[in-house]
Design a protein around this ligand. Structure first.
Ligand code: SF4
Ligand code: SF4
Ligand code: SF4
Length: 263
């Protein structure tokens, strides 16, 4: 691997442009698209990192990278070997988005028998598909960036922090904290369910800002209190199926949903 190129100094300390590579497994590739959509800051971001692999954006490819941003879940046998090779080459492997972190919407099929799923979706067409696994079931993941899709500003901030050696701390508070700061009317008061009280913040209450209830795509906040969430849902007239549908949607709350289903 070549030495990274110094790009600028900060407080007299030379900063280096880490080589960054994007990869995708089973996913919609919407998380990668989010990064490309960020025109306002894209050039600043690119001045701090050297992107060497990004199929959605460029034709050049390189296996010489330090940070691998990996999108998608693992659903086929061949994906396991490819992911392990990426892990061998990367100094830092980042799971990008809910699919990579928790299985994402893909993991909904894990609730059903695999043969039934194949028949329902693909009929008699031959298809290779397995139960969905998040990246950390196969390889060591150094860092997770949550969301479906990820928030582009958050991805840039995290990568820049890796580049300058700054600690990365995910919010521990729930979405409600951001929602209140944004002065939204609580959706429960408008007759909508919302997982904001138990979901990790960091998206700046993206959905409630547009009057959509949170579906928990970023997974649980610290000290998640499912019993309290159930109570809030019940007080507002929502059934346990409503909370289960949301808890199971992205995979971040799988263990909570399984516990609820056992009761
Ligand atoms: S996390 Fe969501 S947006 Fe990102 S790849 Fe998966 S399905 Fe697509
Ligand atoms: S709308 Fe959702 S996130 Fe906002 S305050 Fe109400 S429960 Fe919390
Ligand atoms: S509000 Fe909830 S569902 Fe919407 S982006 Fe944020 S964490 Fe995801």
């Amino acid at each position: 691997m070549n030495d990274p190129t110094p790009v600028r100094t900060y407080l007299g300390v030379p900063l280096y442009r880490p080589r960054v590579a994007f990869f995708e497994f089973s996913s919609c590739e919407g998380c990668q698209l989010q990064i490309l959509n960020n025109e306002a800051t894209l050039l600043d971001f690119l001045s701090l990192v050297e992107v060497v692999n990004f199929r959605e954006a460029m034709k050049e490819r390189s296996d010489d990278y330090e940070i691998a941003l990996v999108e998608g879940s693992i659903t086929r046998g061949d994906e396991t070997g490819r992911l392990k090779k990426i892990r061998e080459k990367a100094k830092v492997l980042v799971a990008l988005g809910s699919c990579a972190c928790f299985g994402g919407v893909n993991q909904l099929k894990n609730r059903f028998g695999l043969d039934w799923v194949k028949k329902e979706v693909y009929g008699d067409s031959p298809i290779e598909t397995e139960y969905v696994r998040p990246l950390e079931d196969i390889v060591k993941v150094d860092l997770k960036i949550f969301g479906c899709p990820v928030k582009k500003e958050e991805v840039e901030n995290i990568i820049i922090n890796i580049a300058i050696g700054k600690a990365i701390v995910h919010p521990k508070y729930p979405i409600c904290t951001e929602c209140k700061a944004n002065e939204n009317i609580c959706l429960f008061d408008l007759g909508e369910p919302c997982l904001g009280p138990i979901t990790r913040g960091g998206c700046n209450s993206w959905c409630p800002n547009s009057r959509f209830g949170c579906w928990g795509c970023r997974g649980p906040a610290e000290d998640t209190n499912i019993e309290q969430m159930k109570k809030i849902m019940k007080e507002h007239g929502f059934s346990e199926d409503t909370i289960l549908d949301r808890l199971e949607c992205f995979g971040g709350f799988s263990s909570y949903a399984q516990e609820l289903r056992k009761k």
